[in-house]
Structure formats: structure tokens, C-alpha cells
Design a protein around this ligand. Sequence first.
Ligand code: ZN
Length: 368
Amino acid sequence: MKVEHVAEIIESWAPRWIAWERDNVGLQVGDPGWKVSRILVALDVTKEIVAEAISRKADLIVSHHPLFFRPPSNITTANDVGWIVLSLAEKKIAVYAAHTNLDFTRDGVSFALAKKLGLSNIRFLAPIEGLLSKIAVFVPKEHVDKVSEAMARAGAGIIGEYDHCSFRMSGTGTFRGSSKSNPFLGKPGHLETAEEIRLEMIAPRALVQSVVESMKQTHPYDEVAYDVYPLDNPGVDFGSGAIGELPKAQTLVSFLASVKKAIHAESLRVTGNTKLQVKKVAVCGGSGSDLLPAAQRAKADVFITADVRYHTFHSVEGKLALVDAGHWETEHVILEPLAQRLREAARKNKESVNVFVTKLSTNPIQYV
Ligand SMILES: [Zn+2]
């Protein structure tokens, strides 16, 4: 398997277009054509992780946090990032990061956290809306399969577990070309009619431009008639945070004891009544304070996230219990499911790839 194939597996689940605009996801170090037989999965790329990759003979590190948050001004051994890049280049170890795209996808970071905490009926806490567009294009019948295939290849027609989804309706198109036109059918200056198919496919808004370009390249007309409509459909596959229910209600204090154990948290910062009965639990792996209003609207009994500020704790006003369980603690839970997904994809493709999760904690915070 090559680095680019690993990227394809990850991006078919957590596409790059769903990541935050200012995020830096994808290949960070290496060549897409490098061969991969051993993959180390980690939350961060630190010097210790690089040493582990070298000693375990990994040729690719798949990390959650990007190696470069800001463009480096130099690549020298004077700083950690420079040392890391030089060491990786010397050993031909690639680095691929799936960050906010892994946060916003189904079964991503927050879903993994919700599963780890024993929740059922897990769904997005805040589905992302306004992500989709519909493209309708008028195509002569004999060209419709070719055009639809080109659009599908560019990312149109995916609904949940189904791809190549389209709708086709036949009708009559009319046109009259000017003297400068070059019509596929008929002559310039004549009013022509043609039997056409109205082909409809949905596409992520971020991909509309490339879908339209591919569509135009395969369409036989010199002027292609098409419409792009924004859709208000809520996201099915993408959102932030997760919410679900515990098998039965329990006190906050007993639930939090199980949370600590499940995610290896040494301590939790909590506001709320410890005798409160909790059943509906909202979570967001990493910095998820922005989702507090969504957790309140969803009537969650408790919201578990990380990097919560003092004033945010105050703003809760006793409406739910708010828990800061730590950034590393709420995110490392994705590593095993991510490794498992890569293993399964490799097995399906009959590739022999060894995927393993780091043995190290890259949590920079210690509790003393
Ligand atoms: Zn994070």
C-alpha cells in the first residue's frame, strides 16, 4: 500500500473538505508514492513519537493533531519541529494528519468518546447544515451515464452509505445557436429540439466547482445548461459533538467515576450537583465549549468536553453539569477505532499492513 492509499481510506470517511478552513490536514511530511507496510497511530507528532516510529519500524505516522499549526520559518535542529522533520526525512517516515475532519465525521472523535462512555443511540450534538447543493444538468440521453460517472468521481451523488445516487427525468430541450455557435445537434440559426435527460445529483458545497468542471468536460454541448441549488438538508454524516443516553440513570458522582476510568483521566473539573441523576450525556472531544448552548438545548444532563474556561463554568447557572475531562483524555479514544478502520480497509484490499497505536501518552499536562 502507498501513502496516498492510506489518505484515500481516511478521506473517504473524514473528507478534507469538511475540515475547518484554517486547519492543516492531510500529508504533512513525505511522498504520496512511498510504500507503507507499518503504520503508527498517535494523537500528536512529538520527538518521542518519532523515536517510537523509528524503533517500531513504522513508515507512516497517522496523527490527529497536525505537525504544522503555523508555517515554520526554518527546518533546522534548533527547534523540535525542525528536528522532527529532518529525522522523519532521513528515515523516510511520512506523516499524515486527520484533525477537524476527524472531529466532524460520523464515528469520529466525539462518537468514539460517546462509545467509550457507554452511551447508546449516539447522534451528532450539532449536525452541520447547509453543506449540500443539488446540481441539475440537461444531457442528451446517450451521454447521461458518462456525465453522471464524471460527476460521481468528482464527489457528487453520495448519500450516507450509497454512492452514484442520481435522479433522471426525460424531456425536451430547445435551443437556437447564433452564427458563432458550434451546436452538437442541428445548425446555427435554426430553432432545434433535443430529447434530453434532466440529471440531478447532490454534492458537498465545497466540491460543487470541481463537480461542475468534470461535468462540463464530459458533456457534449459547447454551452452546458445546468442549475446549482443550495440545500437546507441537515447533515447526516457530518456534525460536531455527540449525544446519547446511558443504559440507566445514575448520580453524577458515580457516572464521573466511570468516566475517569474509561478515558484514563486523573482528575476532572466539574460544575454541577454531584447528586444529580444523569441519563442524557453530551460530549465533544477536545475544545468543545462552543457546543455548550447545543448541549443545553438538547436537554443533556451533563456535557463533557475539554479546555473549558472559568467564565464558561459560571455561565452554566446550574442547568446541566459541565465537565472538563482534559484534551488528551477526551481525544485519545479515537486512536484504536482509527487503527481498526485502517486494518479493515487493508484487509479488504488484500494489503498486508501492520497498524498499531502508540504505547506513549503525548499529554503535555501532568497533575501534581
Ligand atoms: Zn485536539
